[in-house]
Design a protein around this ligand. Structure first.
Ligand code: GDP
Length: 700
């Protein structure tokens, strides 16, 4: 205990209501971050245990056992093994679900054997009546050598008792309830010789953990008196598990009674429909459509509102501040940059609202079960369904929602391929290009050719994602086996508090995580587009007006022409011209080059940039941009710039290329490394280049 605060570690199997207990204890006093160096989420919070004593709670990732098989479980072990860790708990609170007590107690007995003061929370007490469960708490406390808090985190019952038990943690028994050394004394003798200075059980855990991560092999063990082989260790690990279950069974035989006649089984009936081979998919599809309709239509109003507010804020600031560099930086760089972050909030909030309702209710586990077989073939997980579908709105919340995937390899592949899915930012680009190259005609009387093309592009996006997942699955060498199958929780009414906290937490994570990077990069892109080297950029106004006076051009068009001239001679414009030799084989000239370069910040910039280049002031007026683009002729060949071949090649380029700095930022955040976003950037763009090249060369 440090000062007047007690350090508490919250531990438990997934789906035992650990998060709900955490939320009950801490309310809004939560901080979410990552463990250093890895992508496992670290949740901490604080609460008042008494008027003078504070509890500092660390919510550890959901774990099935201490024999680690995943990164999440590893976090739990590393903390509990290391008394010097600043987070090392004064007291461990193990959360279990009253309906799954037997399975949940396995982890409890393992924690208990670490000789940390341990409290057992038996959660979901509100379901005991319905399920006909009764518990003999004093008997259980006695035989498990612990104190028990019977809790319903849904109803807030038992939380006060739990706090009192925590306050009295120093009086808790620390004796192990079943020591692993009873499993194979001979084995532990060997251990003792090899590593004489550590607690044997901890050592046992470290070694079995290394076995699971594939780090122990016979060679490393040579030179110690420790001679077990990997298969032998696995067998010992199984032996330990069996011993523990025997112990738990014995205790529960007396301590718990279940009257099965009481249990009503709505669950089985619901499961039959929701995981049905046909209806299951249809219901899922219907729910998805409903969700995406709602996300689009509900977000539109707040998004427009945010857009307007930031536009008028920019306008206001630019009149208030004295004209000059600072004014430009704030009004054209920083404020639109912040706006570009804030505008995503409604979509993200709504998406996570729905996802957390689906998850809280228990439905998501059924979907995952349904999709798992299909997705596994491509190296994805059943849980990849959520990100892949969310990607049609925006890759940013979609990539964030991949956090639910426990298996790191599957999660990584999901993150990497999600940007292929056609997001809403591609839509304006598709619309204008399709209208340029595809005639507005009907086939078979009902199918509009332009509409069909759009659908084809969506299909291309999905196929791109699935195909690249399959390739990544073949070449990625990360090994990460998960040993358990996810079990299906009961159906429950979602807890409002849990849903609200998820939405707040995810939104905050986006704003303060990716938001910072998006803002910085938008300012950089703005700077490169509005500054240029040499005199051409500086004297744009004089050059255009002189030219205009000499040749008598329409002076109303001068401001647009000046803007276009400046863009051409800005750093971005120069970049566009520099890359012209590279993109020429795809059928693009330097104007398209500028649009492509600036689209690397965000795709939707494409239309706006072309508008500026084609001397059009009003960027919203797509008809005029289209007419100008349609009329543009290549001076050398005399051919139209936007012919069918160029248009098709550009469409394919935008379908596959990685042109979204925000997505790269979120990938960096979620994978905690620049390697993966760079692979995304170069992999996708190279793929786009090749496909567009082939398309143009074949079609021209
Ligand atoms: P975690 O995976 O262990 O963090 O579990 P959650 O806190 O996310 O809870 C899993 C599910 O159990 C959610 O659907 C919760 O609404 C539900 N739940 C949590 N606590 C209780 C409880 O005390 N009673 C009931 N009936 N359901 C609960």
């Amino acid at each position: 205990m440090a000062g007047n605060s007690i350090k508490i570690a919250l531990i438990g199997n997934p789906n035992t209501g650990k998060t709900s207990v955490f939320n009950q204890l801490t309310g809004l006093n939560q901080q979410v971050g990552n463990y250093p160096g890895i992508t496992v989420e670290r949740k901490a919070g604080s609460c008042k245990l008494s008027p003078t004593v504070k509890g500092q709670i660390l919510d550890l990732p959901g774990t099935y056992s201490l024999n680690a098989s995943s990164m999440d479980e590893n976090v739990v072990i590393e903390l509990l093994m290391n008394r010097n860790d600043k987070d090392y708990p004064d007291v461990a609170v193990v959360v279990t679900d009253v309906e799954n007590l037997k399975r949940n107690l396995l982890l409890f007995t393992q924690i208990k054997d670490l000789e940390i003061p341990t409290i057992l929370v038996i959660n979901m007490a509100d379901r005991m009546d319905k399920k006909g469960i009764t518990l003999d708490i004093p008997y259980l406390e006695n035989h498990l050598k612990t104190r028990i808090a019977l809790v319903s985190s849904r109803k807030g019952q038992g939380i006060a008792h739990l706090k009192n038990l925590i306050l009295a943690y120093s009086a808790l028994p620390t004796a192990p309830c079943l020591n692993a050394s009873s499993i194979d004394p001979d084995y532990f003798n060997n251990l003792r010789k090899a590593f004489p200075n550590q607690l044997l059980y901890k050592l046992w855990l470290v070694i079995t953990q290394d076995v699971n991560f594939g780090m122990v092999d016979r060679k490393e063990m040579q030179g110690t008196s420790f001679t077990k082989t990997k298969p032998e260790l696995k067998r010992l690990q199984q032996k330990e598990t069996i011993k523990r279950y025997q112990f738990i069974n014995d205790v529960l035989k007396v301590g718990q009674t279940i009257d099965h006649s009481n249990a009503k089984d709505l669950r089985a009936r619901l499961d039959r429909v929701l995981t049905h081979k046909v209806f299951g998919y249809l219901i899922f599809l219907a729910i998805l459509m409903l969700i995406f309709q709602s996300i689009f239509s509900w977000s539109e109003i707040p998004m427009n509102f945010i857009d307007e507010q930031f536009a008028s804020l920019s306008a206001h600031i630019s009149t208030q501040l004295p004209a000059g560099r600072l004014n430009d930086l704030v009004a054209q760089g920083i404020i639109p940059g912040i706006g570009g972050v804030v505008i995503f909030i409604p979509q993200i909030a709504f998406l996570f609202l729905f996802i957390s309702i689906l998850e809280e209710s228990g439905y998501m586990s059924r979907v995952v079960f349904l999709m798992d077989k299909i997705m596994k073939r491509f190296g994805l997980s059943g849980k990849s369904v959520v990100p892949l579908i969310s990607g049609t709105a925006c890759a940013i919340p979609a990539i964030m929602s991949a956090r639910n995937i426990e298996n790191w390899r599957e999660r990584l592949i999901t993150i990497l391929v999600t940007p292929f899915v056609t997001c809403s930012a591609r839509l304006p680009v598709y619309t204008i290009l399709i209208s340029l190259i595809i005639p507005n005609e009907y086939v078979l009387g009902i199918f509009n050719l332009q509409g069909l093309t759009l659908m084809l592009l969506y299909l291309l996006g999905f196929s791109g994602a699935i195909l690249s997942a399959w390739i990544l699955n073949k070449i990625l060498s990360i090994k990460h086996k998960t040993f358990f199958v996810a079990e299906m929780p009961n159906y429950k009414l979602p807890l409002l508090k849990n849903v609200a906290l998820t939405v707040i937490e995810k939104t905050k994570a986006f704003v303060f995580g990716a938001g910072k990077i998006i803002l910085a990069l938008s300012v950089i892109i703005w700077f490169l587009g509005s500054h240029g080297p040499g005199d051409d950029f500086k004297n744009a106004e004089k050059i255009i007006t002189d030219y205009g006076r000499t040749y008598g051009t329409d002076s109303a068009k001068w401001p647009d022409q000046i803007a276009a001239y400046q863009l051409e001679h800005s750093y971005i414009g120069i970049a566009g011209k520099t890359i012209e030799p590279v993109i020429r084989p795809l059928g693009y000239d330097w104007k398209v080059g500028i649009a492509i370069v600036s689209s690397f910040a965000a795709r939707e910039v494409f239309v706006g940039t072309l508008a500026t280049i084609y001397n059009i002031g009003n960027t919203d007026d797509e008809a005029t941009i289209r007419q100008r683009m349609a009329a543009d002729v290549n001076n050398e060949t005399g051919e139209k710039v936007f012919n069918f071949a160029t248009g098709a090649s550009l469409l394919l380029f935008y379908a596959f290329a990685m042109q979204c700095i925000s997505t790269l930022a979120i990938t960096k955040k979620e994978t905690n490394s620049w390697t993966w976003p760079l692979i995304q950037l170069f992999g996708m763009s190279a793929f786009a280049y090749v496909v567009s090249l082939i398309a143009y060369q074949l079609l021209k």
